[in-house]
Design a protein around this ligand. Structure first.
Ligand SMILES: *Cc1c(COP(=O)(O)O)cnc(C)c1O
Length: 424
């Protein structure tokens, strides 16, 4: 049991000036009935708070740090870049270099552009798809989260799910009139909608493995159908790989599933811990962007040289042979043991590769309606028990946990033991 006195005081102070004390709602830990840690340092699999407690981290900045926190070479690449000047608003070589590196792993991104966040990446990709097709309707799936743009806050997962808003206040009804929401993993509903309306659809956007309602993998049939119906009706298929890109393989979910979308968004890992994300796709589609075409999109800090340097060093390490094999091997061993531990305890372990969620739920979890039936009170107790044991799991039933290269078998064994004790 650790004391978190300084963090509690820091949170009170933050609340006086920052709404809810946080710059992103899930960080407030409201749904798990406690208050946040204030982080002082992080290294490898560990975070250290301002009360000098040490925690094994499974949130990893929401999946950003697949190499572990504060990787020596990534931190050095970023600090070297800073001393050459941290932003110019003028092109740099680092942007082309990282773009080529991204395309090497995601061949479907024939052309791509960098932005500062996943929110910007999805928002821009959708605008491009609409500009290219001349159509308005966007199809998304219930429980998928694509950032906080107005027209995407419809049945969205992540913190939106936790706050129990189907949507958000402050979004005029007219802004979401072209957003159509379908249930995840329901091939029949998808085919039926496209059969009736497919020729009006600009784009279908999907998390190819849903991670923002907790981890929910697609069925093979369903993910194949997203490609088939969009192709048949001339709609753009956008894989939102902001989490899954560079996590599920060096080439994301699309490589893992062998499906080629028309457009892709990547974020989180690609910036190596700095604000960077990218959207891209077929060259003919991307050519509608200004200055080549009529679709406007811009950013003062886009392609920021510090972020490009950190991203490049991250991808370089991830591209080395055996990295993903090692990650899978460790994760599989951990997750199969975890499945045994929770057997008969009313818990479902959903997982793909290095991502997993423990749903406190008697039944299999295949879509947003299933996730919502989970016992959030039990999850909250589990979260607090783990925290007391020095383990920071992702602080919501509707989020994923992320295993990094720094989560050794020894650490994972300790975590398994703690999970076993925590759920008793
Ligand atoms: C995190 C996330 C986003 C939003 O990215 P931000 O950088 O937080 O704006 C979009 N889509 C998915 C799938 C995400 O996981």
């Amino acid at each position: 049991m650790n004391e978190r006195i300084k963090s509690a005081a820091a949170f009170e102070e933050a609340k006086q000036i920052i709404p809810g004390g946080v710059n992103s709602p899930v960080r407030a830990l409201k749904s798990v009935g406690t208050t946040p840690l204030f982080v002082r340092d992080a290294k490898g699999p560990y975070i250290y708070d301002i009360d000098d407690n040490k925690f094994i981290d499974f949130c990893m900045s929401w999946g950003v740090f697949i190499l572990g926190h504060n990787n020596d070479k990534v931190s050095k690449a970023a600090s070297d870049a800073i001393f050459h000047g941290s932003s110019f608003g003028i092109p740099t070589l680092a942007e082309t270099t990282l773009a080529e590196k991204v395309r090497e792993s995601f061949p479907s991104m024939e052309r791509l552009r960098f932005v500062n966040s996943g929110t910007e990446a999805t928002m821009s990709a959708i605008r491009v798809a609409r500009g290219f097709t001349g159509r308005d309707i966007l199809v998304k799936f219930e429980g998928c989260y694509h950032g906080h743009a107005d027209h995407l806050l419809v049945s969205a997962g992540s913190a939106v799910a936790k706050l129990n808003n189907a949507s958000s206040a402050g979004v005029p009804a007219g802004f979401t009139q072209y957003t159509v929401v379908l249930p995840y993993n329901d091939t029949e509903a998808l085919e039926k909608y496209f059969a009736g309306n497919g020729d009006k659809v600009a784009a279908l956007i999907i998390e190819p493995v849903a991670c923002n309602m907790g981890v929910v993998p697609p069925t093979h049939e369903f993910i194949e159908a997203t490609r088939k119906v969009t192709q048949e009706h001339g709609a753009i298929l956008i894989f939102d790989e902001v989490i899954t890109g560079f996590r599920l393989s060096y080439g994301g979910a699309q490589k893992r599933f062998g499906i080629t979308p028309d457009m892709t968004t990547v974020g989180k890992i690609v910036g190596g811990g700095f604000p960077a994300a990218a959207f891209g796709g077929r060259a003919d589609i991307m050519s509608v962007l200004a200055p080549e075409g009529p679709v406007y999109q811009a950013g003062t800090l886009s392609g920021n040289p510090v972020a490009m340097a950190a991203g490049y060093e991250t991808l370089k390490q991830l591209g080395e042979p055996g990295v993903y094999e090692l990650l899978e091997e460790r994760s599989n061993r951990f997750l199969s043991r975890l499945e045994k531990i929770v057997e008969g305890k009313g818990i479902q372990v959903n997982h793909v590769g290095t991502m997993f969620t423990m749903f406190f739920n008697d039944q299999p979890v295949r879509n947003f309606q299933d996730t919502k039936k989970s016992d959030q009170e039990r999850f909250a107790r589990y979260f607090r028990n783990m925290l007391d044991r020095g383990i920071y799991v992702s602080p919501s039933q509707f989020e994923g946990n992320f295993i990094s290269l720094c989560h050794t078998d020894e650490i994972l064994d300790y975590v398994l033991k703690s999970i076993e004790e925590s759920i008793e």
